[in-house]
Design a binder for this molecule. Structure first.
Ligand SMILES: [Zn+2]
Length: 441
């Protein structure tokens, strides 16, 4: 598997700026600097893991020392380019600060910096994960950055900008790298599938990109695993199993059961089936919550692909199957499921059987809660009744009330009746008192 991973990610590692995915901003800025000959002594590449920082650092190194750069790109054919690509150039040193954080390594580097480059114009130091250096190492590095020999270029890469001392930052030009959006990762994954002659479908491509979560490297490494697992058939049906996603069918079934069934038996059966199938029930609850939120976004017309993060086909199904769903009910259910999930995490149950038991109890409770008359509906009705009663009172001449003195009491009596009826209906339910109507007392 490791061998295979190296094959794909090495095979498709971009060798020129133009082939880097989605980092146009950083790439353009670097190319402009190269074009005008304004080469800095130190660059900081900051951004999430796996988006191309080291790749671009190497391309930059090649471009700086290339014998025949064309259109601001390295030629990838000269001795210098080939040595750098093979990783045996004496002028380009890569240091992984995560494993070489001590002062000795940086002292060694400071000694090395003094010597002129062997073949190319520049000596280039690429320090990966630079935030891992110890304070002493940073101090030693700073001394070099303060008086850099003219032939030296430092490229410092980091995922944690805030851990770099201000003194270092002030001597570097910084370049920000971004997470690669889902759609860009999808097109990239599809492009690779075509090049590799791999069978795939749209949903399969979606899962490759979603697993990448903004990182080209993670997307590729999942793709390699998936090729082994599925014998190179990257379809949604197979990849769904790999990522442990139960699929929209279970979600739509459970939602329909909760909303339509007056009993809770079918919802419990759904939970039991998932348990028997060996699904991770905690993850399922989160996925169901994610589905409810996605459905809400779709209903609110906010369901663009990047927001919803579910396969396009699932989004279409949501639009078709739940077009008439009541948003208020959906929000109420989402809140309920969220608190079930929250409690589930707090309980730290030991076995999947315990999780199943907990969820069965919750399904019963949920069925009861969802089938109670809607609170806002009842409140609206109370308001109508109150207004009607007030209207009756107002229509009676004032003096007759004074004379008889019983009609108003009668009206209050009616209001009190309504009030006690409500209290009876909602015994034990928490009611937001600010939403209660003014009963005119
Ligand atoms: Zn070259």
């Amino acid at each position: 598997m490791i061998e295979n991973h190296l094959v794909l990610s090495r095979k498709y590692r971009p060798q020129i700026f133009k082939d880097v995915i989605y980092q146009d901003f950083a790439v353009n800025a670097l190319q402009n600097a190269l074009k005008s000959g304004r080469i800095g002594h130190a660059y900081i590449f900051f951004g999430p893991r796996g988006v191309g920082k080291t790749t671009i650092a190497r391309i930059l190194a090649k471009r700086l020392n290339c014998e025949n750069p064309t259109e601001n790109e390295p030629c990838n054919e000269c001795t210098s380019c080939i040595e750098i690509m093979k990783g045996n150039s004496n002028d380009v040193l890569e240091i992984d600060a995560a494993s070489h954080r001590g002062i000795n390594h940086i002292r060694e580097l400071r000694e090395n910096v003094k010597f002129s480059p062997m073949g190319g114009k520049y000596k280039i130091y690429i320090i990966d994960e630079v935030h891992m250096l110890t304070p002493e190492s940073f101090n030693a590095l700073l001394k070099t950055l303060e008086e850099p020999p003219p032939h030296v270029v430092f490229i410092l890469a980091t995922t944690e900008f805030h851990k770099i001392p201000e003194t270092i930052l002030s001597r570097c030009q910084d370049f920000i790298f971004k997470k690669v959006p889902l759609l860009n990762l999808q097109s990239y994954a599809e492009h690779l599938c075509k090049l590799e002659n791999i069978k795939y479908d749209d949903e399969g491509i979606f899962w490759l990109a979603r697993k990448g979560d903004g990182s080209v490297r993670d997307c590729l490494s999942f793709m390699e695993q998936a090729m082994i697992f599925t014998d190179s058939v990257l379809t949604g049906e197979l990849l769904r199993k790999m990522v442990g996603y139960t699929g929209i069918n279970t979600h739509t079934t459970l939602l329909t059961q909760i909303l339509n069934d007056s009993d809770y038996i079918s919802a419990i059966k759904t939970i039991q089936k998932l348990f028997i199938d060996g699904e991770d029930l905690v993850k399922f609850v989160w996925d169901f919550l994610d589905f409810l939120n996605a459905l809400t976004l779709v209903m609110e017309n906010l369901g663009e692909r990047e927001n919803v993060n579910l396969p396009a086909e699932d989004i279409r199904r949501m639009q078709n199957e739940f077009s008439g769903i009541n948003l208020e009910t959906l929000n109420y259910l989402s809140e309920k499921i969220y608190s079930i999930y929250e409690k589930l995490l707090m309980l730290k149950l030991r076995s999947s059987f315990e999780v199943k038991t907990y969820l069965e109890i919750q399904m019963r409770k949920l069925a009861f809660d969802m089938n109670k008359p809607s609170l806002s509906g009842v409140l609206e009705r109370i308001n109508q009744l109150t207004q009607a009663v007030q209207g009756e009172i107002n229509s009676i001449p004032k003096d007759s009330i004074l004379k008889v003195g019983t009609v108003e009491n009668d009206a209050h009596g009616k209001i009190n009746d309504v009030e006690s009826l409500i209290k009876e209906q909602f015994a034990g339910t928490e009611v937001d008192s600010s939403k209660m109507p003014d009963l005119g007392k």
